[in-house]
Design a protein around this ligand. Structure first.
Ligand SMILES: CC(C)(COP(=O)(O)OP(=O)(O)OC[C@H]1O[C@@H](n2cnc3c(N)ncnc32)[C@H](O)[C@@H]1OP(=O)(O)O)[C@@H](O)C(=O)NCCC(=O)NCCS
Length: 180
């Protein structure tokens, strides 16, 4: 049995400046570039948790709430929110410091799933996660529902088998704090 770890132990942070070759014709950061930065920083986080080679299994949720302009400073923070048998859900929070005002705002969030694999690419076990902060507990709590949704969308689970997901919609007593 592997020793459980705290989300903080998997934290990975990186900072970038939006350069001309990162932008679209409006002078804003291209979504694909941000997805790439997110993929890299969340892979570092999943590696810190598992100590293994990790591969991206799915990109579960990405929101592009605000455009990010040329010259803005972008900080990405990734942490494992929950680990299952071989897979890990990683949350990425993105902040932007505006070049003109210096104001720092939360800009984006994303959720990636990684799987730890051996040298042959076969999934292997990872340590569990022990959430500590309120936010870590909330993210941990929703992770199984998101895993089930992701597996349904990938055609790897039948909707009928998604017990946790069904409970969110069917129970009148379901916790109003619960999120997907
Ligand atoms: C990810 C990969 C290792 C999964 O292998 P697999 O043969 O499907 O293995 P399994 O069915 O046993 O799944 C392994 C784990 O991945 C999870 N998983 C697989 N697909 C998933 C998906 N779409 N969403 C969420 N989790 C997923 C499974 O639930 C399982 O998790 P668990 O062990 O924690 O319960 C395999 O599909 C792969 O190598 N994919 C390519 C990865 C890659 O190259 N990524 C870069 C993209 S270019």
């Amino acid at each position: 049995m592997l020793k459980p770890k705290h989300p903080k132990q998997s934290e990975a942070i990186t900072t970038e400046i939006v350069m001309p070759d990162h932008t679209n014709t409006l002078g804003n950061l291209m979504g694909g570039k941000l997805l790439h930065w997110m993929d890299v920083i969340s892979a570092v986080s999943a590696h810190r948790h598992s100590g293994r080679v990790v591969v991206t299994a799915s990109v579960n949720n990405v929101s592009f709430g605000n455009p990010i302009a040329l010259g803005d400073i972008v900080t990405l923070q990734a942490k494992v929110s929950r680990a299952f048998t071989s897979s890990m859900e990683v949350f990425i929070d993105v902040w932007v410091e505006r070049q003109d005002t210096g104001k720092r705002i939360k800009c984006n969030e994303a959720i990636y799933t990684f799987v730890a694999v051996d040298q042959r690419g076969n999934p292997i076990q990872v340590p569990e996660i022990s959430p500590e902060s309120e936010e870590e507990l909330l993210r941990y709590d929703g992770a199984l529902r998101r895993k089930q949704l992701s597996l349904i969308l990938a055609g790897k689970m039948k909707p009928d088998e998604a017990t946790e997901l069904k409970a969110l919609f069917s129970s009148p007593q379901s916790n109003p704090e619960s999120t997907l």
